[in-house]
Write a protein that binds this ligand. Structure first.
Ligand code: AVJ
Length: 328
C-alpha cells in the first residue's frame, strides 16, 4: 500500500502539472489573454496572500474577523436553533482564524459535531488535522483534500447528518457573478432541505477603498500577481521577464467587478514549451476578478440558486457581510 500511495501521488502531481500547462497555454493563446487565479496559491503565493491580509489597505479580512469576533454568539445560536445534529463543513478554511471562533463557541456549548475542512491544498488539510485537536481538545476533524463539490459529496457519504457549510472570505467573489450563480446551484444540489450555508461577501462601497485594497502601497498584491509568472517559469520552464509586466488593478463601480491585469511593457515573446507567445506593447493579461455585491444582488443570488436567505451579519462599517442561507 505504501508504494501504491507513492505512485498515486506522483501520478496526481504529474496530472496536476499537465492541467496547469494546458490551462496556461489555453489562456495565453486566446485572443484576450488570461491566467487562472486558482494557480496563485503555490507555497510562495500562500505566503504572499498571508501578507496581503495584513496590509492596512486590505480591509476584507479585518471586517470578517470583526464579524466573527463580536457576533459569534448570535451566529452559533442561529445555527443551533435551526439544526439538530449536524456536521460543520468548511470550503477553503485557510488557517481557520475566523471560523475558529465558531468552532470554539460550538464546542463551549457542548455541541457534538464533526468538522470537515475541504481544501485543494493537501498541506492546509494536514496542518489543520494536526493543530485543531490541540487547540480544541476532543474535536473531531476529518480533512478532505480536493475539489469543493467532490469532497462535499464525500462528506455526505461519511455521515448522513444535516450539513452546515461555511464559505467565507469573499472567495465567492473570485468568479464572475454568472459563475457564482452556477456554483451556488451546484452546492444546493449537494445539500438537503434545512441545511445551512454561510457565505461571506465583500460589499460595494467607495470605489477608492476597493481599488486601494488591490493596489497596496507596499506592493504585495503586485508581487502576488507576478508570482504566478514566476511559478510558470519554474514549473513549466517558461521565460517570462517579470520586469516587463506591470500590475494594473481596476474597479468598475457599476458592475462591482474589481479586476487585476498584468500589462506588457513592450512588444515581446515569451516561450513556454514549444509555444512562443507574442505580446504587443500595452497588451493586458487578465489575472483575477474580485466581485463586489450589493445586499439586493446577494438576496437575488440566494433565490435564484434555491436558497432562502435567512440572516445576515455585517461589520460596524457595513463593508462586508456574512449571510446565512437555508436550503428550501
Ligand atoms: C481570496 C479571493 C477573497 O479577491 O480579495 C486578494 C484574493 N487577490 N488580493 C480577494 C486576493 C488579491 C482574495 N480572495
Amino acid at each position: 500500500p505504501f508504494l501504491t500511495d507513492h505512485y498515486t501521488r506522483l501520478k496526481n502531481r504529474q496530472a496536476a502539472r499537465e492541467e496547469f500547462y494546458r490551462d496556461v497555454i489555453h489562456g495565453l493563446t486566446a485572443s484576450s489573454k488570461s491566467l487562472s487565479a486558482k494557480y496563485f496559491y503555490d507555497a510562495e503565493g500562500d505566503k504572499l496572500f498571508q501578507r496581503i491580509m495584513q496590509c492596512p489597505e486590505y480591509y476584507l479580512t479585518g471586517c470578517e474577523q470583526e464579524i466573527f469576533e463580536h457576533q459569534v454568539q448570535d451566529i452559533a445560536t442561529l445555527i443551533c436553533n435551526h439544526t439538530s445534529d449536524f456536521d460543520l463543513v468548511e470550503l477553503g478554511p485557510g488557517d481557520t482564524a475566523k471560523s475558529g471562533y465558531l468552532l470554539g463557541e460550538l464546542q463551549a456549548r457542548g455541541i457534538d459535531y464533526t468538522y470537515f475542512p475541504i481544501d485543494i491544498s493537501e498541506s492546509i488539510i494536514q496542518t489543520l488535522e494536526k493543530t485543531l485537536p490541540l487547540k480544541f481538545p476532543g474535536m473531531r476533524v476529518e480533512g478532505l483534500p480536493g475539489d469543493y463539490l467532490d469532497m462535499l459529496k464525500e462528506a455526505k457519504l461519511r455521515s448522513d447528518k444535516q450539513k452546515v457549510v461555511l464559505f467565507m472570505g469573499a472567495s465567492i467573489g473570485n468568479v464572475p457573478p454568472q459563475e457564482a450563480l452556477g456554483f451556488c446551484k451546484a452546492l444546493r444540489k449537494q445539500l438537503s432541505p434545512g441545511d445551512l450555508l454561510l457565505v461571506g461577501f465583500d460589499l460595494k462601497k467607495h470605489p477608492q477603498v476597493i481599488l486601494d485594497a488591490y493596489n497596496d502601497k507596499a506592493g504585495i498584491t503586485r508581487a502576488f500577481n507576478l508570482n504566478l509568472l514566476k511559478r510558470i517559469n519554474r514549473e513549466l520552464g517558461a521565460d517570462f521577464n517579470l520586469e516587463q509586466f506591470v500590475h494594473y488593478p481596476m474597479y468598475d463601480p457599476e458592475t462591482g467587478s474589481c479586476k487585476s491585469y498584468l500589462v506588457s511593457q513592450r512588444e515581446q515573446r515569451v516561450h513556454i514549451g514549444p509555444h512562443a507567445i507574442h505580446f504587443a506593447q500595452g497588451e493586458p493579461m487578465f489575472m483575477e476578478i474580485s466581485q463586489k455585491y450589493s445586499l439586493t444582488e446577494i438576496q437575488q443570488l440566494a433565490e435564484r440558486s434555491g436558497f432562502r436567505s435567512f440572516e445576515q451579519f455585517q461589520d460596524s462599517r457595513h463593508w462586508f457581510v456574512d449571510v446565512v442561507w437555508r436550503c428550501v
